[in-house]
Design a protein around this ligand. Structure first.
Ligand SMILES: C[S@@+](CC[C@H](N)C(=O)[O-])C[C@H]1O[C@@H](n2cnc3c(N)ncnc32)[C@H](O)[C@@H]1O
Length: 245
């Protein structure tokens, strides 16, 4: 059960209702302890349960924008090899942090997210980002497309320069070890239904480059051997280049 707390602001929750049993309330006192709560307030939308609380805030990404060339994702992408205003598709947007890095590197980014709760949290942080003068230019290059990217990518008419896939939340670990926001998101999670279909849709779109984030020791998606790999301590980026004919 998820509670939606309309705290001085309303929002259309039909898409969420189609996937989760919901109880909508207007007073915090109506919510039993420990329940998952989507709190819709004038200052923003957050997800919480007990002492855990999360909301998207792209301001937390600003220190990373100053050191963009040190970001593993940026090293994997090599933005200088792309034309100005190149189009990137983040087919598994989540809270949009990786998309934000791509937008900061100059890409226009379409963000697909099929979980309606995460899509609502993301839409809200994008909205706040547009109102923030330090974020507006970067966030202005980001467009959320709520829904499944497997069909979404194949319906896109514009050629795609870069496709980025990060299909899974971190493996379930002892809860104390993972970041609080992941503990909450994992309560919503519907694991990526079909990673192979996602990969096939991405390859069929013939982007110039495809990048897949994987756990460091995780198997290659669909067993596809990357052209090159960028490795960190816990994750790696498998990179595929498809030169334009
Ligand atoms: C690991 S999270 C992505 C985190 C993201 N890279 C970030 O920086 O915040 C994966 C997300 O992809 C979404 N997802 C998985 N498969 C999808 C699909 N086929 N279409 C759209 N969203 C998908 C999940 O709902 C989840 O929010």
């Amino acid at each position: 059960m998820m509670y939606v707390f309309f705290d001085g602001r309303t929002e259309d929750v039909t898409a969420i209702e189609a996937q989760y049993p919901l109880t909508c309330v207007e007073h915090a006192s109506e919510i039993p302890d420990g329940e998952l709560v989507l709190h819709i307030a004038p200052e923003g939308i957050s997800l919480s349960s007990g002492s855990l609380e999360m909301h998207g805030d792209f301001r937390t990404m600003l220190p990373r924008v100053g050191k963009l060339s040190q970001e593993m994702l940026v090293k994997a992408v090599k933005p200088k090899n792309f034309p100005e205003g190149a189009l990137a598709v983040d087919a598994t947007a989540g809270m949009g942090e990786d998309s934000f890095l791509l937008a900061a590197a100059g890409f226009r980014v379409k963000l697909f997210e099929y979980n309606p709760v995460i899509a609502m949290l993301l839409a809200d942080s994008l909205r706040r980002g547009l109102e923030d003068e330090e974020l507006a230019e970067i966030v202005g290059r980001m467009e959320l497309v709520p829904g499944d990217s497997i069909g979404g990518i194949s319906n896109m008419l514009e050629p795609i320069d870069l496709i980025y896939l990060d299909p899974m939340f971190p493996e379930r670990q002892k809860s104390g070890l993972i970041k609080k926001k992941f503990q909450l998101l994992q309560r919503l999670e519907r694991p990526c239904d079909d990673e192979d279909a996602l990969l096939n849709a991405a390859v069929a779109a013939r982007p110039t480059k495809l990048i897949i984030k994987r756990p460091l020791k995780g198997p290659q998606l669909a067993g596809l051997k990357p052209g090159y790999t960028i490795q960190g301590k816990a994750i790696r980026y498998d990179c595929f280049a498809f030169p334009r004919e």
